[in-house]
Design a protein around this ligand. Structure first.
Ligand SMILES: CC(=O)N[C@H]1[C@H]([C@H](O)[C@H](O)CO)O[C@](OP(=O)(O)OC[C@H]2O[C@@H](n3ccc(N)nc3=O)[C@H](O)[C@@H]2O)(C(=O)O)C[C@@H]1O
Ligand SMILES: CO[C@@H]1[C@H](O)[C@@H](O)[C@H](O[C@H]2[C@H](O)[C@@H](NC(C)=O)[C@H](OCc3ccccc3)O[C@@H]2CO)O[C@@H]1CO
Length: 333
């Protein structure tokens, strides 16, 4: 019964469709006959017909938009200011006034004095930074941020295929730029120590590489266009540490803890995006020895023992953001 009902329904649709197409085919035939009698009458008729068609189609469009898809229209509007309003509840003294990337003018014409050393400021690294900023750029793009070695190839369905910015530090720069990035992806250096600036400078100027001072060997050959390299403003690291992890900023030397690149990236997004979605985040419980930590990798929490991150504090910070709906999670364990 159901089958025949469906068949009947689909017939009706086809049949009304056929009627419609018939009327289109009938019309030219009629016109040819009338043409020989009176050209003016036909022309007038044509104009009336064209106006009717135009009126009908435009009215139909407006009608469909108004009555059939009102919700869809609302959805497509970017909720400007939403993230800003909600983030202000999360981060005290929240402001969008700080530049995303460091700029030469702030170190060349003006000597910006930072209260903190890396990774929370630039105090003591001004000279090498000046040289690096002279060969890189600072323009800001739209955003799809990826971190460190996060893969794209093979996971496009989950996380899309575009990468506008890839945040990295020397020890994590082992990704394949051709396969994992787009040709115009911005390579954003997150500086943790002065050696990170020196590494970047020697790579871009093809100077002698220094091997000492890294906790893991960074790439010695790295095919990057200086035009596409940016230096992240350490302000965002400071805010992540001070406001989201509540690290005591006055006793930083005593604290052997720092934010992950992930939490930093979320903080960054909250400072210049209207909508923030995250994918691949979320740590397993500390008691869970088997669950992999990396969304698309195999290592477990054990491998993070020496990582200098406070996983449970970060998990709480992200949970709070999700509860406040400041960010939306696209993937779950
Ligand atoms: C073993 C280890 O020390 N891994 C660290 C790796 C590793 O050093 C680099 O990939 C370089 O190879 O780097 C980190 O992290 P990593 O590069 O793995 O991941 C980027 C950020 O995504 C968030 N993340 C990722 C996977 C997951 N299951 N849950 C998550 O929350 C994290 O916030 C993470 O920061 C890093 O830079 O922060 C932090 C990780 O702790
Ligand atoms: C965002 O942090 C990155 C990564 O997630 C961290 O695990 C990593 O931590 C390393 C830390 O930065 C190193 N400290 C310094 C001052 O370099 C620490 O160094 C100890 C060490 C030294 C030599 C050889 C092995 C270990 O090692 C931590 C990793 O075990 O920092 C990343 C940002 O650089």
């Amino acid at each position: 019964m159901e089958d025949s009902g469906d068949f009947h329904n689909s017939c009706e649709v086809t049949s009304s469709g056929r009627d419609e197409s018939n009327s289109h085919w009938v019309m030219p035939h009629l016109l040819i006959k009338m043409l020989s009698k009176s050209r003016w009458k036909i022309l007038a008729l044509l104009v009336v017909f064209a106006v009717m068609v135009w009126y009908y189609t435009s009215w139909e469009e407006r009608y469909i938009q108004l009555f059939y898809f009102p919700v869809q229209e609302e959805k497509s509007v970017c909720p400007q200011g939403e993230v800003e309003k909600k983030t202000a509840l999360l981060i005290g003294n929240y402001t969008r006034d700080h530049p995303l990337f460091l700029q030469l003018k702030d170190y060349f014409w003006v000597k910006t004095i930072s209260p903190y050393e890396l990774p929370y400021g630039t105090k003591g690294s001004e000279d090498v930074l000046l040289r690096l900023l002279a060969i890189t750029s600072y323009s800001v793009p739209e955003t799809i941020l990826r971190l460190n070695n996060a893969p794209v190839y093979g996971y496009e369905q989950d996380v899309g295929s575009k990468t506008t910015m890839r945040l990295f530090y020397p020890e994590s720069a082992h990704f394949n730029p051709k396969r994992e990035n787009n040709p115009d992806t911005l390579l954003v250096l997150v500086p943790f120590k002065p050696m990170d600036f020196h590494w970047m400078e020697s790579i871009l100027n093809d100077k002698k590489r220094v091997r000492k001072g890294f906790w893991k060997q960074p790439p010695l050959i790295w095919d990057a266009n200086p035009e596409q390299v940016r230096i992240l403003n350490p302000y965002f690291m400071e805010i992540t540490a001070a406001k989201l992890l509540n690290l005591p900023m006055k006793q930083l030397r005593k604290v052997k803890q720092k934010p992950t690149t992930g939490l930093l990236a979320i903080t960054l997004a909250l400072h210049f995006c209207d909508v923030v979605h995250i994918a691949g985040f979320g740590y397993p419980d500390s008691g869970n020895k088997k669950q992999t930590i990396h969304y698309y990798e195999q290592i477990t929490l054990k491998s993070m023992a020496a990582s200098e991150h406070n996983v449970s504090h970060e998990a709480l910070a992200i949970k709070k953001m999700l509860e406040l709906r400041v960010v939306k999670n696209l993937t779950y364990f």
